[in-house]
Design a protein around this ligand. Structure first.
Ligand code: BG6
Length: 481
C-alpha cells in the first residue's frame, strides 16, 4: 500500500520532537508500509536535501536509544521530501495537489501540526483544490479549540470539507500501550468486569503528574492552563475508558459511542460546585529532585500577574446505574513531586471484619508511566504466628518485562493507525465537543473569580486543598495512604 504523509508545520517543534522520531521508530521496526513518502511542508524556501540536513541535526537531540545511526538516517531520509508553502495562498495548495497527484498514492494523510488557529483556513483551502477525496485523511493535533465555540467552529470547517471517517483527532494518551491495555484489562478478561461498579468500588483516582515546569512554552501555556491542556482531553479520555460500558465490538464507532455516553453522564458543574469540587493551583519556586526551580510567574514569557493554573484537582461523578455516587477524582499538575501517570481503583473494604488490623481495602493501580503495568494490592498474612494482623501485599505486573518485545510508542502507533485508516484511537467530534461542554462552567466560574489559583511549592503534590477535597469524602490520594 503506497502512502503519502504530509506534515503541515514541517519545521515546527511537534514535527521534529515527536512525529519524525516516531516515524523513524516505525521505519526501524519495519512497521512503516512500503512505498511511503513523507512530505514536510513549511514556509522556508529550501530543498529536500537542506531539510534532511536540518532534520538530522534535530535528531541529535532525540533520546539516545531512539536516535538513528548515520546509516539508518540516510535510509530513512530517502523517504523525506520538502515543499515550501504559504498556507494563506491558494496557489500553494494547488502545488501540493500537483505533487501528490503526480504519484497518486493509495492513501494521503494530511497531518495538521500547525497552530490550531490555522486549521479552519487550511481545511477550506484543501477542499477548494479537491484534496478531500476518498483517499485523503486529515489528522488534527491538539489543542482542538480553546472552548466549545472554537472547537465547534473547527469541527464545522472540517465537516464542510471531510467526512467524519476522514478526520483523525489526536489525543496522544490514547496511543499509549498502557491505555490500550486498559481496554484489554476490562474487555479481554472476565475477571474484573463483575466488580467494575458502584457495589464494589469506593472511588477512582486519575493522576497525571509531571515534574517538569512549563519550560520554554510559557507563552502558549499561559493562554491555556492545566484544565484545557490535560483535563479536557487526556484525563477525560482516561475516565471514559474506565467508566464506559462494554462496547458491542472493537470498531471505532462502537467504542466512541460508549465513551460519548460517559461524557454525557458526567455530573455537570455549577458555579457553586466549581467552588466546592475544583481546586486550581499555580507553582511557586521550590525544589524538584534536589534542584531549585523558579515559580511559574518567573518562567519565560509568563506575565508576572498571571492567574493561569498549573494544577487542577477535581471531584466528579458519572450519573448512571453503574457508577451513581462513586467519586471520580482527577488531578494533574506541573512541577509536582513525581512524574507519575496512574489510575487507582479503590475497592470497598470487606463488609465484616474477622481479622485484626487496619481494615484496608483492595486497590488496583493501573500504571501508565513511567512504568507501564498493573499492581493489585491484596491483604495477606505473613505467617508469623497467631494474632497476626493482615499486611498489604502486591501482585505487580510490568508489561515491558512481561512481554520483553519491542513495544510501540504513542505517536508511532497513532501515525501507523492514521496511515492504515484505523479510527479506534482517535477522538470523534461529538466526544470532543461534549468534553468542552462539561469543562466550560469551570472556565466561566474561574473567569468570574478574582481570587486566582492557590499557590503550591514546586516539588510538592499541589495545594493542600486538593487533599481536603478527597478527605471530605473520607478518602485520601494514593500517595497519602
Ligand atoms: C501534552 C501537554 O498534551 O501532554 C503537555 O500539552 C504535557 O503540557 C504532555 O506535558 C504530557 O504528555 P506525556 O505523554 O509526557 O505524559
Amino acid at each position: 500500500m503506497s502512502f503519502d504523509l504530509v506534515f503541515f508545520g514541517g519545521t515546527g517543534d511537534l514535527t521534529w520532537r515527536k512525529l519524525m522520531p516516531a516515524l523513524f521508530q516505525a521505519f526501524r521496526h519495519g512497521k512503516l508500509p512500503e512505498g511511503g513518502r513523507i512530505l514536510a511542508v513549511a514556509r522556508d524556501e529550501q530543498t529536500d536535501e537542506r531539510y534532511r540536513e536540518w532534520l538530522k541535526e534535530r535528531f541529535r537531540e532525540v533520546d539516545g536509544a531512539k536516535r538513528p545511526s548515520d546509516e539508518e538516517f540516510e535510509k530513512f531520509a530517502a523517504l523525506i521530501h520538502y515543499l515550501c508553502m504559504d498556507l494563506s495562498k491558494p496557489d500553494s495548495y494547488q502545488t501540493l495537489k500537483d505533487w501528490l497527484d503526480a504519484r497518486n498514492a493509495d492513501t494521503v494523510v494530511l497531518y495538521l501540526a500547525t497552530s490550531p488557529h490555522l486549521f479552519t483556513g487550511i481545511c477550506h483551502q484543501l477542499g477548494a483544490v479537491g484534496l478531500n477525496h476518498d483517499k485523503v485523511r486529515v489528522v488534527l493535533e491538539k489543542p482542538l479549540g480553546h472552548d466549545l465555540a472554537s472547537a465547534q467552529e473547527i469541527n464545522r470547517a472540517v465537516r464542510s470539507v471531510f467526512a467524519e471517517s476522514q478526520a483523525f483527532r489526536i489525543d496522544h494518551y490514547l496511543g499509549k500501550p498502557s491505555v490500550q491495555n486498559l481496554m484489554a484489562l476490562r474487555f479481554g478478561n472476565a475477571l474484573f468486569e463483575p466488580l467494575w461498579r458502584r457495589e464494589s468500588i469506593a472511588n477512582i483516582q486519575i493522576t497525571l503528574a509531571e515534574r517538569l515546569g512549563v519550560g520554554t512554552r510559557g507563552a502558549f501555556y499561559d493562554g491555556t492552563g492545566a484544565l484545557r491542556d490535560m483535563i479536557q482531553n487526556h484525563a477525560l479520555q482516561l475516565l471514559t475508558m474506565i467508566a464506559m460500558e462494554p462496547p458491542s465490538s472493537n470498531d471505532a464507532d462502537a467504542i466512541r459511542d460508549e465513551k460519548l455516553k460517559v461524557l454525557r453522564s458526567l455530573k455537570p458543574f455549577t458555579p457553586e460546585s466549581v467552588g466546592r469540587d475544583v481546586v486550581r493551583g499555580q507553582y511557586r519556586a521550590g525544589n524538584v529532585e534536589g534542584v531549585s526551580v523558579p515559580g511559574y510567574l518567573d518562567e519565560v514569557k509568563v506575565p508576572p500577574d498571571s492567574h493561569c493554573e498549573t494544577f487542577v484537582a477535581l471531584r466528579t461523578e458519572v450519573n448512571n446505574w453503574r457508577w451513581a455516587g462513586v467519586p471520580f477524582y482527577l488531578r494533574t499538575g506541573k512541577r509536582l513531586a513525581e512524574r507519575d501517570a496512574q489510575i487507582v481503583i479503590n475497592f470497598r473494604p470487606v463488609p465484616h471484619k474477622i481479622f485484626p488490623g487496619g481494615g484496608q481495602a483492595n486497590r488496583l493501580v493501573i500504571k501508565l508511566q513511567p512504568e507501564d503495568g498493573l499492581e493489585l494490592q491484596l491483604l495477606a498474612q505473613k505467617g508469623t504466628g497467631a494474632g497476626e494482623q493482615l499486611t498489604p501485599v502486591s501482585l505487580d505486573l510490568d508489561f515491558d518485562k512481561a512481554f520483553a518485545t519491542q513495544r510501540v510508542g504513542a505517536y508511532e502507533r497513532l501515525l501507523l493507525d492514521a496511515i492504515a485508516g484505523r479510527l479506534n484511537l482517535f477522538v470523534r467530534s461529538d466526544e470532543q465537543e461534549q468534553a468542552w461542554r462539561w469543562v466550560e462552567p469551570i472556565l466561566d466560574a474561574w473567569a468570574a473569580d478574582a481570587s486566582g489559583p492557590r499557590p503550591y511549592s514546586a516539588g510538592s503534590w499541589g495545594p493542600a486543598a486538593a487533599s481536603a477535597l478527597v478527605a471530605r469524602d473520607g478518602f485520601s490520594w494514593a500517595e497519602e495512604q
